[in-house]
Design a protein around this ligand. Structure first.
Ligand SMILES: *[C@@H]1O[C@H](CO)[C@@H](O)[C@H](O)[C@H]1NC(C)=O
Ligand SMILES: *[C@@H]1O[C@H](CO)[C@@H](O)[C@H](O)[C@H]1NC(C)=O
Ligand SMILES: *[C@@H]1O[C@H](CO)[C@@H](O)[C@H](O)[C@H]1NC(C)=O
Ligand SMILES: *[C@@H]1O[C@H](CO)[C@@H](O)[C@H](O)[C@H]1NC(C)=O
Ligand SMILES: *[C@@H]1O[C@H](CO)[C@@H](O)[C@H](O)[C@H]1NC(C)=O
Length: 311
């Protein structure tokens, strides 16, 4: 099942990753870097206005070396277990055992509030993706960049380069993941070590999401896949857990979110978005009890079938 879903995701878009020129700038004067380390994180970065992440409000975040942006105490070491990870609240552009002692730099900013190139870029990204947010104006943008980072322990033969953008207008919140090159997914090339995870974890056992291929070696393909049709680019709305309907706004979220599925007022059914090609995304209702049958019962043109893991 896992590999089948991965195959679907890989077919989504042409072979290409996000070139560094299309990353958000990480050489701004506001940029800072983590010292070379294994499991460290940044100081707290103040968020004003606070950011809403799955229904709860946070007024600071930290950038963690292991490919996380955390809203409470960061995990001390890389946690191999799958999501949900209880008690830790974080965004995971690439949660793996990053080690920058031999190679790579983790860059981060205080909230960018007055660089028009950055604010315009994020505004365009959100407007292009979520038609119901055509008037979104960012209050700030956080830019965190993992630039050619190695892996545990002090390894630099394979390097990953990716970026996490977080923006909010004080109400809606969005996250953009950009992948340039992902060469490693685990600290050992050929072992029982667990592969990295990409997604969101709110610290409860009820809300976490992972992109297809998380915890498999196929996660390397993240730089060639997408939920917005641009290889290596993934965009998510993260402020709400109100997935009670597929109507309007939520359908838009579905459109850009291949693992989206919504619970419905009827606990026996969930709603999945099945057609990205239509102007108005189509939602289908499927029985909760047989989610694994959806790939064969939905149209073959449907790239949205990896809907396995919204909790
Ligand atoms: C940052 O990088 C961009 C693109 O490489 C370059 O055009 C710009 O001059 C750089 N800015 C600074 C302050 O170094
Ligand atoms: C999470 O926190 C609660 C309350 O402090 C505690 O009871 C529980 O054991 C913690 N869970 C884990 C996995 O550490
Ligand atoms: C942007 O804001 C920072 C921090 O408040 C300030 O240091 C910088 O001069 C401002 N830049 C511009 C172009 O206004
Ligand atoms: C790989 O990481 C796991 C846990 O993160 C650890 O138990 C294991 O010892 C590591 N292996 C090597 C060779 O570093
Ligand atoms: C969830 O969204 C629906 C449709 O937009 C709305 O009617 C409902 O009040 C929302 N529920 C909550 C708890 O916000």
């Amino acid at each position: 099942m896992e590999s089948f879903l991965c195959t679907i995701a890989i077919c989504l878009v042409a072979v290409r990753a996000i070139p560094l020129e299309e990353f958000y700038p990480y050489n701004l004067s506001v940029n800072q870097q983590l010292i070379a380390n294994d499991d460290a994180s940044s100081r707290a970065i103040t968020l004003d206005p606070p950011i809403t992440f799955y229904g709860r409000s946070y007024n600071s975040c930290k950038i963690h070396n292991n490919g996380l942006v955390t809203f409470n105490t960061p995990p001390q070491h890389f946690i191999e277990a799958p999501f949900p990870v209880e008690n830790y609240t974080f965004i995971a552009p690439f949660y793996g055992d990053v080690d920058t002692r031999m190679s790579g730099t983790v860059w981060f900013t205080d909230p960018v509030i007055n660089e028009s190139s950055v604010l315009d870029k994020v505004e365009n990204d959100i407007h292009d993706t979520f038609r119901d947010h055509a008037y979104f104006k960012p209050a700030y943008v956080i830019i965190a960049t993992w630039d050619q980072v190695g892996y545990f322990k002090e390894r630099s033969d394979k390097l990953n380069t990716f970026q996490c953008i977080i923006t909010s207008d004080g109400c809606a919140s969005f996250v953009i993941f950009l992948y340039n090159e992902i060469q490693w997914t685990t600290n050992e090339s050929n072992s029982m070590s667990k592969h990295a995870k990409i997604g969101f974890n709110d610290g409860t056992l009820f809300m976490s999401r992972q992109v297809p291929c998380s915890m498999t070696m196929n996660l390397k393909e993240i730089s060639r896949t997408s939920n917005v049709g641009i290889a290596g680019k993934w965009i998510f709305r993260v402020d709400t857990t109100n997935f009670s309907t597929c109507h309007n706004d939520y359908a838009m979220a579905c459109e850009s979110d291949p693992f989206c599925s919504c619970s419905t007022p009827d606990p026996q059914q969930k709603c999945i978005c099945t057609d990205l090609k239509e102007d108005i995304p189509q939602c289908s209702y499927v029985p909760v009890t047989t989610p694994t049958t959806t790939p064969t019962t939905t149209p073959t043109t449907t790239p949205t079938t990896p809907t396995t893991d919204v909790n």
